[in-house]
Design a protein around this ligand. Sequence first.
Ligand SMILES: C[S@@+](CC[C@H](N)C(=O)[O-])C[C@H]1O[C@@H](n2cnc3c(N)ncnc32)[C@H](O)[C@@H]1O
Length: 479
Amino acid sequence: MTVRENVSTKIAISDVILDESIYPRENIDHKRVSIFAENIRDGFEFDPIEVQVHPEKPSQYRILDGANRWTAHKEVGLTRIQVIVKELKEIDPLLYSAKMAIGPKPLTEKETRTTARRVFQNNPRLTASEIGRLIGRSRQTIANYIADLKAVRQIKLDQKIWRMNRLGIPQERIAMRLGETRDIIRNHLGKMSMLTKSPNTDLSQGLTIPQVAAKHGWTEPMLWSLVLEGKSDQNRFKALGWGLRTWDLWNFNDCDPRFGDDWPGRIPAQMIAHILFYFSNPNDLIFDPMAGGGVTADTCLALGRRCWSLDMEDRAELRPEIEPCFWDTKRKNWEDTILAGREKPDLIIFDPPYFQKKADSYGENSIARMSRREYLNFLDSFFRFLKNSTRKTTRLALINSDWRDFQSCPALKEETQNAILLTDYYKILEGAGWELTHIIQAPLSSERFNAIMVSAMQEKKILGVTSRYILLLEQKAVK
Ligand SMILES: C[S@@+](CC[C@H](N)C(=O)[O-])C[C@H]1O[C@@H](n2cnc3c(N)ncnc32)[C@H](O)[C@@H]1O
């Protein structure tokens, strides 16, 4: 156990709180509190209580040991209390509190059970014997207390491994992302047929995909990946209810809610599916460097493509397949990313935040907050990096819109030197060694301008933007 102990010091009692989430007992022991209060009035000095700096409110301290003494101090009307501020390195604070609590008075059976379960939920990697040792119970007792939680965790882990493996993420990266050893990942992968058995049975008995997803805790895209296995792209489109456009204007009214999360700047899965249909083959490796809500990965599952995804937002529990990566504009060589390995993507789907648009919805350091110059410089470096770290045959699909400062501004008065138009992107791409093969129009819905806005825009001759394009590029041959 690594505990760093600071010397005891007196602090304001109002800065100390009892945080239920790390308190192992059901209630404060009021009998003990009144005895302690009497002792304080008689001039008896208690040992300092133990606290830790509150992880979310750094001006406050939460109690690790001494809740009854702290309550007694308050009851007597004292305003300051002697504390020892502990620094618990890797130790779970609840486990530490429980260990301290059993000294003066053992935890009840119910308190032990609840503590063991809460500790396991906070840190599922702790073994039953580790927990048992600290709260004074046998390994077997703790194992019984947490058996159901352990089983649920195993299933959840299996599902994450299945999904990541299905998307073609190498085992060593799955292990690193999930904090497990490669042996554990291999072991789980060996038992995957068991995982798919019950969902498959339910599907074959006529349950719908949403019903099976809810029953077994699978995501819908995972189930689509299962049921559409071996089908052609065209049959997959049919099964998913997506009309297949055979021309270069792809307009979709809505984002298909089954694919991707609700995310700022979310794009329709149908659009990704069309890119995959025309510009990739089954089992190809797709790379999405700014994956956001995960619509590319989900659509790849449905269309039988592999997919590596990255984003600066880390959502390890919900989206383990989106690996955390911040494209730091100061570095620009990005040598240690997943593109450094031997395997290279067949197609990159790049949907960056548009210049300034929705800047407040993304993380503080997102490229959406940059100045026009910085934004274009970033893209220039990024397109060069993508070219240099992929294969000659890797294609790029860039999704973007014209950006014009049209808000409250008549078309004739727009500051055109501040705009970023399709041609600006193209100039950078060309300079970075990418050659345009297709321009596809995939407009945003015009419903974003409501009737009142439209009439104000007409009045002032404001020309809004609903254009959105997909630029398809291949790498220029070196002459
Ligand atoms: C337009 S969103 C992608 C939306 C996604 N295609 C979807 O449909 O859900 C762009 C993403 O880029 C990410 N991003 C912005 N700047 C980044 C950076 N410097 N490094 C990594 N990710 C970044 C944001 O977190 C955001 O999720």
